[in-house]
Ligand binder design. Structure first.
Ligand code: VG1
Ligand code: CO
Length: 544
């Protein structure tokens, strides 16, 4: 079948952010918008020609239409084989798993992650490389550059494929394999964790849990793994039915957006364990009875206990965390005598370290944890890791956390988000901080003395690539830190993120309310950045 060559012109604003190109559905539905971006991927990734490609998404509104467009374009661009999840579904970690397992040349993942879905909400697209990980900056820069000069795209004139039927089909000269989106991923999980031990825990009669799929992509994954394979009671997975608009909710597993689950873990009869994942299944939230485990603490605790699971029993080689993530993991790495890396925000920065075998575990404060088992953060993996620890240690979550703090000290941590603020105001705030940086060291702010202040620059230890302006860091003599960044995943105005952390070695002071304990630092951050004057906001929209 002959490819059609369709003339087009560049469309502004197609620069991928922290995790792919995210825009309103309406933007993606404009003529040529999706096609221009997809063709720019094919034009800059020549190994896809004659190669294999994974295609799938989180099932949000416009997922199915976009996949049909991408499949036709892939065939027209000479891709040999496409692997698609049934119904167009792949969670982000499952897509990474499939790319690696079948050694494809890459994957196109459709998701706007935790952003709401629906005709008036968000859509997104990202390219993952042959290692299964998000395209590194050099690749996304090349794709973006191509979007600015593009003048044609290639496609076929074919009817839509039936994506709901498993099997192998022909599309032009390309083979399309519609596959079970869950099976390979579930098998990988089974190879890493002690499913027998978790099964016993579930059937012990003294363990209660819920997993909140938030009507997003992890529903079918969690039902298969937790209920079918591990024998959790039916109904353990709540909101397990995936919906195109995530049931109208905000599929972001945090204290603000997963309140239904949080409530179930509270009080004397609260659940022993609660967990949730986001729109595309790469994030996780971990709760115990009356306790929320911060993602930063979770990374540190998993690292300190990794040897208790089959997949990591021989120990871990190193740990990496994104710069704004708390330094709790650094303390574990130090004690274990392994390397610890600080990378910019975004999973793409872990790829080289994982590929080079320098790290085993990595994580971000934004509810992301993962390991070298694939190249994305992985929500259900983190949940199973915790379940494996609970099965082995036979202790409540709260006790495990408290013991960890006693051993390593506690890194009090919070993140304050000011969402959809005026872009000029937010950029003005960051510029204002940049101007202050040179004079800050040595100054006293509140009860803290500044030790260093900079705009984070990262040089990748493997390939030497350099990423600048990755967030303003202010570090104090006490070890406390304040970090300011603008989000790279939003689709409306700007989102200011303020990350705050301080270290408390004294166990007698480990049980304070986080927001109260952090008030002095919060005040320093507000005053220094002139948050109210520059954003018009007195309080953050989301506190995690
Ligand atoms: C946010 C998080 C970041 C995460 C990214 C993608 O980015 O802060 O840690 O890697 O989302 O996660 P930003 O630029 O908005 O701060 V996901 O689950 O949206 O793919
Ligand atoms: Co996500």
């Amino acid at each position: 079948m002959e490819s059609q060559v369709i003339a087009t012109t560049p469309i502004a604003g197609q620069r991928p952010g922290t995790s792919g190109l995210r825009k309103k559905v309406k933007v993606f539905q404009q003529p040529h918008y999706l096609e221009n971006f997809v063709q720019s991927i094919f034009d800059t990734q020549p190994e896809l020609q004659g190669g294999a490609l994974v295609v799938g998404g989180d099932g949000r509104y416009y997922n199915r239409e976009a996949i049909q467009v991408i499949l036709r374009m892939a065939a027209a661009n000479g891709v040999r084989q496409a692997r698609v999840g049934r119904g167009g579904i792949f969670s982000t970690p499952a897509a990474s798993c499939i790319i690696r397992q079948y050694k494809t040349q890459g994957g196109i993942v459709l998701s706007a992650s935790h952003n709401p879905g629906g005709p008036d909400e968000d859509f997104g697209i990202k390219f993952n490389a042959a290692n299964g990980g998000p395209a590194p900056e050099a690749m996304t820069d090349a794709v973006y550059a191509r979007t600015q000069t593009i003048d044609r795209y290639l496609t076929l004139d074919t009817p839509p494929l039936d994506l709901d039927r498993l099997g192998t089909f022909a599309l032009g000269g390309m083979e399309v394999i519609v596959m079970d989106p869950v099976a390979d991923y579930a098998a990988l999980m089974e190879s890493l964790f002690d499913f027998n031990a978790i099964h016993q825990l579930f059937n012990s009669g003294h363990f209660s849990m819920r997993f909140d799929a938030m009507h997003a992509v992890t529903g079918p994954y969690a039902v298969e793994i937790l209920e079918n394979r591990l024998g959790a009671a039916p109904g353990t997975v709540m909101n397990g039915q995936a919906k195109e608009d995530f049931g109208g909710g905000h599929p972001d597993p945090n204290l603000a957006h997963a309140q239904e689950l949080v409530a179930l873990t509270q009080g004397q009869d609260g659940l022993d364990f609660g967990a949730a994942s986001d729109g595309d299944g790469d994030r996780n939230m971990i709760l115990g009875k009356n306790v929320f485990v911060t993602p930063s603490d979770s990374l540190a605790i998993l690292a300190a206990n990794a040897h208790l699971t089959p997949g990591y029993q021989s120990g871990i080689r190193g740990i990496a965390r994104s710069m704004p993530t708390s330094q709790a993991a650094d303390r574990v790495a130090e004690l274990m005598g392994v390397e610890c890396f600080e990378t910019p925000t975004g999973w793409k920065f872990f790829g080289n370290l994982l590929d080079a075998g320098r790290i085993t575990l990595c994580g971000e404060e934004s509810f992301g944890t993962g390991s070298d088992h694939l190249r994305e953060k992985d929500g259900l993996w983190a949940v199973l890791f915790w379940l494996n620890l609970l099965a082995v240690r036979q202790q409540p979550v709260a006790e495990i956390v408290t013991e960890h703090w006693r051993r390593f000290g506690r890194n009090y941590y919070t993140r304050h988000d000011y969402e959809a603020v005026d872009l000029a105001g937010a950029e003005g705030l960051m510029d204002h901080l940049r101007h202050l940086l040179p004079d800050l060291p040595g100054q006293t702010l509140g009860d803290q003395t500044v030790r260093y202040a900079d705009d984070f620059t990262y040089t990748d230890p493997i390939d030497g690539s350099c990423s600048q302006r990755q967030g303003i860091r202010i570090g104090f003599e006490s070890g406390a830190r304040i970090v300011f960044r603008l989000s790279g995943t939003g689709t409306e105005g700007a989102t200011l993120r303020v990350y705050l952390e301080y270290y408390e070695p004294d166990p007698a002071r480990h049980h304070q309310d986080t927001q109260e304990a952090m008030q002095p630092l919060i005040r320093i951050a507000r005053d220094l950045a002139q948050i109210e004057a520059r954003t018009g906001r007195r309080e953050p929209d989301v506190v995690t």
